[in-house]
Ligand binder design. Structure first.
Ligand SMILES: [Fe+2]
Length: 296
């Protein structure tokens, strides 16, 4: 996610949807705020990245199966990436604002768009070499999903993993919500993420990225690599062993990882069709967290 602006909070636009306080202002039970050394927040704080399952964030997947299904259903119908229609990449993006001093979390309304209904600007400043300093306008996360209890729990849980960082307590916090599907329907296909190299998501030393697998089926590939920050722009196979900090593949729904963006680089490999399947896909929820930086 990028350090986007609040331009889409147009005065004459639709009112932002504020998540009901009784449901969404609390951190999920068990989610650490202080960051013990052994939990995801501790790993994130001390190593710059963490691997986790939702249960370690205090989110109970068994209590949210219908909500996970709703997110998965949205993923099956994701529109093609409007900036790469031939890439086998499908996506939606919206962002929310979190106010640490009131605990409020509110989705920012998108801008009207003739093709997609509403769209939200997505900006990675110079950190995506494929779209340097380009403000992309992506189809919004559907309004119905903005009240999905699992999505809200994950947004809250991710915030809870990052709030040990003092900088996140003194500015509105941007929470980017990104649904991305890599899909393949042909044995010669490769669905390629963007950027297709180790990278950082940009912004400030207070930027975090969380990834939660929604589901995958009949694919191979999609391996994640976490490496030293200096590896940004390179391919994992070109790195010396001591530059690679972790390699793993997310396989179960709600498996995830997080990076404290400026301290490491991250990568996900292309996805290909597995075995004798006729189609395959990998859908992921990416939640980006960064303090809002005024530019006035
Ligand atoms: Fe990324």
């Amino acid at each position: 996610m990028g350090d986007d602006d609040l331009a889409s909070l147009a005065a004459d636009g639709p009112r932002p949807h504020t998540v009901p306080r009784d449901r969404a202002t609390r951190a999920p039970a068990g989610a650490p705020h202080g960051g013990g050394l052994d939990g995801p927040a501790g790993h994130l704080r001390h190593r710059g990245f963490a691997r986790f399952h939702a249960a370690e964030l205090g989110v109970d997947p068994d209590a949210r199966t219908d909500d996970l299904q709703q997110i998965a259903d949205v993923c099956t119908r994701l529109p093609r990436d409007p900036y790469a229609p031939d890439s086998n990449r499908f996506r939606r993006y919206s962002h929310a604002v979190f106010l640490p001093w009131t605990d409020q979390l509110s989705f920012v309304p998108g801008a009207p768009d003739a093709e997609h209904g509403t769209v939200t600007e997505y900006w990675q400043d110079e950190h995506n070499p494929e779209y340097p300093n380009m403000r992309r306008r992506l189809p919004d996360v559907p309004a119905a999903l903005r009240e999905n209890a699992l999505l809200l729990d994950l947004m809250r849980a991710d915030l809870a993993q990052a709030l040990w960082l003092e900088e996140l307590h003194h500015a509105p916090v941007y929470v980017g919500v990104h649904l991305i599907k890599l899909a393949v329907g042909d044995r010669t296909d490769a669905a390629v993420p963007s950027p297709n190299c180790l990278h950082q998501d940009g912004g400030s030393p207070a930027t975090f990225t969380f990834a939660h697998l929604i589901g995958c089926a009949d694919i191979s590939g999609g391996e994640n690599v976490i490496a030293r920050a200096s590896a940004a722009g390179r391919q994992p196979e070109d790195l010396p062993d001591d530059a690679v900090l972790a390699r793993f593949t997310l396989t179960e729904p709600l498996d995830g990882y997080a990076v404290h963006d400026h301290r490491v680089s991250h990568y996900v490999g292309p996805v290909r069709l597995a075995g004798r399947a006729h189609s395959g896909q990998r859908s992921i929820l990416i939640i980006g967290i960064a303090p809002y930086a005024p530019r006035m």
